[in-house]
Design a binder for this molecule. Structure first.
Ligand SMILES: [Fe+2]
Length: 307
């Protein structure tokens, strides 16, 4: 972090919650094909963990309209959660009061609606897991969320101002945002003019697990929509798919680990040669289907409430 900037109080993305139209089928997919482990069940919801410590990385909720219900960030303690609450309130975001949570995994935190209509939450003291060893072919955690921005300037100001993220690279229309961990980026803002989800990336333990995941998806009728490839900013290996309800998903690995000495670079540095969309130059361009679904998923109206 450059000197003079306050420390970012966000330690990473804990989880994402989706509204799904077929809860049983989506739960089957995320357990048996995407390779997450079930960790909690409700009447109309299911929760899944990765191999890292977070109580869960994915929540599924039964509903009529596919949507992002909520994006949950990890913070260290109540002091940090309360400080973030003051910051988002000062930035004009509608929020709930920080409180002990009754949602699976519990903890303490609050929810808010950001200036572009996203449902965000900030949680500490959750019932996280002690067993955190990698397992071959199974996702660890959410590596990053790529978020389309309707009002890009307001979104960037909120994430860098109220939430303390740092712009670590830009490759227009994508801006890569770093928080208080060693991953190159945990949030990407996409200047697309839309208030929707671009995609969710799950981190695999290694490159081989991404390749095996691609084969497993293909075997189960989920074609590879883009990849395999290696991105520029973040240097991560990628493969993209459309999951249940066509939600845009990514398997990734080998995310660049950085420290305060990292030098951000502008779009002019990152542009690939004509005809290429990654470092290796072997992947086809993303499919038309994937291009379409990267724009579809909005935020549910009630996701800012966190009980
Ligand atoms: Fe990604």
């Amino acid at each position: 972090m450059p000197s003079g900037m306050p420390p970012c109080l966000i330690r990473g993305v804990r989880s994402v919650d989706f509204v799904v139209t077929n809860l049983d089928e989506a739960a089957r997919f995320y357990e048996t094909v995407w390779n997450l482990d079930p960790v909690a069940v409700g009447d109309d919801s299911r929760f899944f963990r990765g191999t890292a410590g977070y109580h869960h990385v994915l929540g599924l909720h039964r509903g009529a309209q596919p949507a992002v219900k909520r994006i949950v960030f990890d913070v260290a303690d109540r002091q940090a959660a309360d400080a973030l609450h003051r910051a988002v309130t000062a930035a004009g975001a509608k929020s709930t009061t920080p409180a002990v949570l009754t949602t699976p995994g519990g903890g303490y935190g609050f929810g808010c609606k950001d200036p572009d209509g996203r449902n965000l939450a900030f949680v500490c003291e959750a019932a996280d897991h002690a067993d955190t060893a990698d397992r071959p072919d199974r996702p660890r955690k959410i590596a990053h969320l790529n978020l389309n921005a309707r009002d890009f300037d307001a979104s960037l100001a909120f994430f860098t101002g109220a939430l303390g993220f740092r712009v670590i690279d830009d490759n227009a229309p994508l801006w890569f945002l770093h928080c208080a961990n060693s991953d190159h980026s945990s949030i990407v803002l996409a200047k697309t003019g839309l208030p929707t989800l671009n995609h969710v990336a799950f981190e695999m333990p290694d490159f081989d697990s991404v390749m095996r995941g691609m084969g497993r998806m293909k075997d189960n009728g989920y074609p590879i929509e883009w990849g395999p490839g290696r991105h520029g900013p973040g240097d991560n290996v990628f493969a993209y798919f459309c999951g249940p309800d066509e939600v845009p998903l990514e398997y990734t690995a080998e995310v660049l680990q950085i420290d305060d000495s990292y030098q951000p670079r502008p779009s002019t540095y990152w542009k690939f040669a004509p005809g290429r969309s990654d470092q290796w130059g072997i992947t086809q361009p993303r499919s038309a289907r994937y291009y379409r679904v990267q724009r579809l998923f909005g935020y549910s109206s009630d996701g800012d409430r966190l009980g």
